[in-house]
Design a protein around this ligand. Structure first.
Ligand code: SF4
Ligand code: SF4
Length: 449
């Protein structure tokens, strides 16, 4: 339905039957344009989709989008999510206008939640004051301590960016802006879980942490080349081990003080609540992406012609979100699961994870298994006892953080047992080896896992 004079799509009189009350739309006002040139960035290749474009969202589109976004929501919260490329390249006035426009259309009882994902390098006092005033949640991309961060996160001249990111972060901290760390796990940092986690927790004072595994497929003439991945990618085994080691630290010291998205989501699934994250939900389809020119795609990971739903200059956002194509996209997450996943004992926690990474075969040759499956299985099996304890506590109206005391008691008992074991005795861990070549070795007397 269009306004006959301006030709702008209007909210359809009848809301589509299957329209969700709320959804998440990642918007890239600069398209793939960025001031950095991170080696693994998949957005840069998307520039090829829009040859000749200036990659800047026009003001008229900005207002049109925000009107449609607010109109499309039936929930009290309307999330405005900016991403890139590097969205701060649009300049602060663009974001000031975004707030003004969105507020014009809010209905009574609705409120805005503003989020932005940035590499942090262009932030200063003025940005931080603006974020604070408008209660932005700012995602900062940082891959760990200097050497790990600078391996792949470089600028266009190949120069390191660690200092510029830390400087940007310091403005957010100075002004008390809420922020979360977005950490890609790749070949450089995958083998250093504790170093990465402790750096974020202790030096950056991060309280919200999100880990994103880098799985980059090799392409030949634009088409994925079998199941081959780049050297920068993380292996499934590395991913599982990384999460396990961070979990072992977190479960002893940081429950309720540091929020690691993966652990929160796992607890929700164990508890039987919606996890809130598409990757670990049965179906997806409510996390879409919009390009700088109004083109809407099924998901940020599927900004490709086959997954384009339309353009908000021509159709109202709610019609695209509720379109048959998008509903099918979301349902396919479950409908295309291989039998191996359907019969998996941790499917309730994993749900086959993200379809973008489902490109390997199961052991009996069925296609569509997630490349990271081995890591997910390791991790979900490993955390099962702790998750079950936390769920029990929650059901008794007690805090899951009580698990930390249980772990501390268990660790004490373990250390006492080790202290009583002779060098040539069998190791108490049950490995069948002598103590002196197992947990009796100096470097191996840590907590039982
Ligand atoms: S394809 Fe993956 S990232 Fe995209 S909405 Fe589905 S689960 Fe989420
Ligand atoms: S752990 Fe592996 S088999 Fe199980 S649901 Fe996840 S991807 Fe499928």
């Amino acid at each position: 339905m269009q306004n006959l004079i301006t030709n702008i799509p209007l909210l359809p009189a009848d809301r589509p039957a299957n329209a969700p009350p709320a959804f998440h739309m990642l918007v890239k006002p600069t398209g793939a344009t960025c001031n950095l040139d991170c080696a693994y960035c998949f957005f840069l290749a998307k520039e090829l989709l829009y040859p000749g474009s200036r990659f800047r969202m026009a003001d008229e589109l900005l207002e049109n989008y925000l009107r449609q976004l607010v109109e499309a929501h039936e929930s009290p919260e309307v999330v405005i999510a900016w991403q890139g490329g590097e969205p701060t390249l649009m300049g602060l006035p663009f974001f000031r206008r975004s707030i003004d426009y969105a507020k014009r259309y809010l209905r009574p009882g609705q409120r805005l939640v503003n989020t932005i994902q940035t590499n942090g390098t262009l932030l200063d006092d003025e940005w931080a004051v603006f974020f604070k005033e408008n209660e932005f949640l700012v995602g900062i991309s940082i891959d760990g301590p200097r050497a790990m961060h600078d391996t792949y996160r470089t600028d266009k001249g190949g120069a390191p960016t660690f200092d510029r990111v830390m400087r940007g972060l310091s403005f957010l901290q100075k002004h008390g802006v809420e922020w979360n760390a977005l950490v890609t796990l790749n070949h450089s940092n995958a083998e250093h879980p504790l170093e990465v986690y402790r750096f974020l927790r202790d030096e950056c004072k991060a309280r919200f942490i999100q880990f994103i595994p880098i799985v980059e497929r090799l392409h030949e003439n634009g088409v994925p080349f079998g199941t081959a991945i780049t050297d920068r990618s993380i292996s499934a085994q590395q991913y599982g081990q990384f999460l396990i080691e961070v979990f072992e630290e977190w479960v002893r010291h940081d429950i309720a003080s540091v929020y690691v998205q993966m652990f929160d989501v796992a607890l929700a699934n164990w508890y039987g609540e919606p996890s809130g994250l598409c990757v670990f939900s049965k179906t997806c389809g409510t996390a879409l992406a919009m390009e700088h020119n109004g083109d809407v795609y099924s998901c940020d990971h599927f900004v490709e012609p086959a997954f384009k739903l339309g353009n908000i200059h021509e159709s109202h956002l709610i019609e695209l979100v509720a379109s048959d194509q998008q509903v099918k996209f979301g349902r396919d997450k479950f409908d295309t699961l291989p039998r191996y996943c359907r019969e998996c004992d941790v499917r309730f926690a994993c749900h086959g994870a993200c379809p973008k990474d489902r490109f390997i075969n199961t052991s009996d040759g069925e296609p569509g298994l997630n490349y990271l499956c081995e890591g997910y299985k390791m991790f979900f099996h490993h955390i099962r006892p702790a998750m079950e304890m936390m769920v029990q506590l929650l059901r008794m109206n007690r805090a899951p953080s009580e698990v930390m005391a249980m772990y501390a008691a268990r660790d004490r008992q373990w250390q006492e047992r080790l202290a009583r074991t002779g060098r040539n005795d069998p190791c108490p861990c049950g490995s069948g080896k002598k103590f002196k070549v197992c947990h009796g070795r100096k470097q191996n007397t840590g907590a039982v896992q």
